[in-house]
Design a protein around this ligand. Structure first.
Ligand SMILES: [Zn+2]
Length: 236
């Protein structure tokens, strides 16, 4: 199948073939601001059938495109909030030092076109260290000996994930731009999954006891989470 997009109300929907998918489905890729249609590898119906499916879903697709916030690139003088501290990105062209924080500035050296990548790398490191601390804090509270690993990723809609057996936790780097209680809450959520894999009542009562900010953090993510995907979006 050729990979040019379908156009629905003027918005592109990009096809992706999946060997795991069982049926046609739609995904909003918030980190890159586009919608894709997932097509099972052995899909037997025609292209026309896919277009028909997309036409039926046109309202959902249009709503997704309307909801994507415009891209906010990391540039000189942009104000961001990192671990509750407002920081203005300040470009220092002649410096080759790695980004660092000084008072309320995030100083970034090197060429202007590399600011975004350097800030992103800096924030990913920050995210890793904060989330590692939070994971070890919450595992101790649950009397779990954490021997796993954490990965910092840029998933399109998920904040975290957990492979309970191997204790492999993944977190979205953008959490470092959320209030700290939200970032820590996602760590608590994934640590709680090491004990209980599903989202049952038992899971949420464990999570509530582990992290008292749970209701507040969940509300924050529902209302504001999508705005974090606007920063430094990779193009498709
Ligand atoms: Zn979960």
């Amino acid at each position: 199948m050729n990979s040019s997009p379908f156009l629905i109300n003027g918005n592109p929907v990009f096809p992706r073939i999946s060997s795991r998918a069982k049926q046609l489905s739609l995904r909003a890729k918030h980190n890159k601001a586009y919608v894709e249609v997932v097509i099972p590898k052995n899909y037997k119906h025609s292209l026309h059938h896919i277009s028909q499916f997309l036409k039926e879903q046109h309202l959902w697709i249009t709503n997704q495109y309307n909801a994507f916030s415009p891209n906010i690139p990391f540039v000189d003088q942009l104000l961001i909030t990192v671990e509750d501290v407002p920081l203005t990105i300040q470009h220092i062209p002649h410096s080759r030092a790695v980004p660092s924080i000084s008072e309320n500035k995030l100083l970034v050296g090197g060429k202007a076109e590399h600011i975004e990548r350097r800030v992103k790398d800096f924030l990913k490191k920050r995210a890793r260290s904060r989330l590692l601390d939070a994971v070890s804090h919450f595992s101790q509270k649950l009397h779990i000996s954490f021997h796993g690993s954490i990965r910092i990723v840029d998933t399109p809609s998920q904040w975290g994930s957990c492979q309970a057996h191997s204790q492999k936790l993944s977190f979205n780097w953008r959490l470092i731009l959320a209030p700290s209680f939200v970032c820590d809450h996602v760590a608590a959520h994934e640590v709680a999954h090491i004990s209980i894999l599903n989202h049952s009542k038992e899971f949420y009562s464990l999570l509530n006891s582990l992290d008292p900010h749970t209701p507040k953090a969940r509300t924050w993510l529902k209302q504001n989470g999508h705005s974090l995907f606007a920063y430094a979006r990779d193009s498709r």
